[in-house]
Design a protein around this ligand. Structure first.
Ligand code: J9Q
Length: 241
């Protein structure tokens, strides 16, 4: 997978070259190019934004900077899927992660909170798939942090990135539920023992206990996730909970 990121804060994306993601890049499992949007500015001040038409607070990012930048970065094959993080976007969910993980090329356009001139997205959409995506209902200064979140979530699903591919298959949301509690040594910590069932060696019982913990946690913290699952997701034991 080839990933390009356009940003006015290239240094903000430095964490993508560390740890798991950095190793995946070093191993050629994905390529990452970060581009400084100011390379496409035209004036001595290297301006990337301007006042909003119609007035209002903040600044809007200029189409005559973003347009040429996207033209150049998105050129070539295959045509990329353009992802624009924005608080006004569709929710970034594990379903979208799975979709993105199958793409050969993703281009991320990092805008500031007040946004990018809408004509940039409208123009790009005539040539490629464009998603305006939100990672949650809170206000960030810019899209860079959202890109870090999205790239990490997607990269986990690329072949070879995770040491144990089963991890991705078993983590939260893989079955639509929240993951239950996890424990490791010591067996007792500050007078708190590990649940006996986990030391029983009875894997059928352990699986059942984990499923119950997952259902109970999801019901308590995110009941709407249960409502979104088809009835076929639950067996008679689940329903008895
Ligand atoms: N708040 C923001 C400001 C700028 C670019 C993206 C966001 C965003 C993305 N998901 C939630 O917020």
């Amino acid at each position: 997978m080839r990933i390009d990121v356009l940003t006015i804060f290239p240094e903000y994306l430095a964490p993508m070259r560390a740890a798991l993601l950095g190793r995946a890049i070093d191993r050629g499992l994905l390529s990452l190019d970060v581009h400084d949007l100011r390379n496409w500015t035209h004036d001595v001040h290297r301006a990337v934004d301007d006042s909003p038409y119609g007035g209002g607070p903040g600044m809007v990012m200029k189409p005559d900077v973003w347009g040429p930048a996207l033209d150049e970065v998105c050129a070539g094959d295959p045509t990329p899927r353009l992802v624009v993080p924005t608080p006004a976007g569709r929710p970034f969910t594990q379903e979208l992660v799975h979709e993105y993980a199958t793409e050969q090329r993703l281009v991320f356009a990092c805008g500031r909170y007040e946004g990018i001139d809408q004509r940039v997205v409208d123009d790009a959409a005539t040539r490629m798939r464009v998603d305006e995506v939100s990672i949650g209902d809170y206000v960030l200064v810019g899209g860079e942090v959202a890109v870090l979140v999205m790239v990490e979530a997607v990269a986990r699903f690329l072949p070879g990135v995770l040491g144990n591919p089963a991890s991705a298959a078993q983590d939260s949301f893989s079955d639509g539920l929240l993951e239950g509690p996890s424990y490791t040594r010591p067996e007792v910590w500050r007078e708190r023992p590990v649940p006996d069932v986990l030391r029983s060696g009875n894997h059928a019982l352990i699986d059942r206990w984990r499923r119950d913990q997952s259902l109970e946690r999801t019901l308590r913290r995110r009941p709407e996730l249960l409502d979104a699952l088809p009835d076929s997701s639950f067996d008679k034991h689940d329903r008895a909970l």
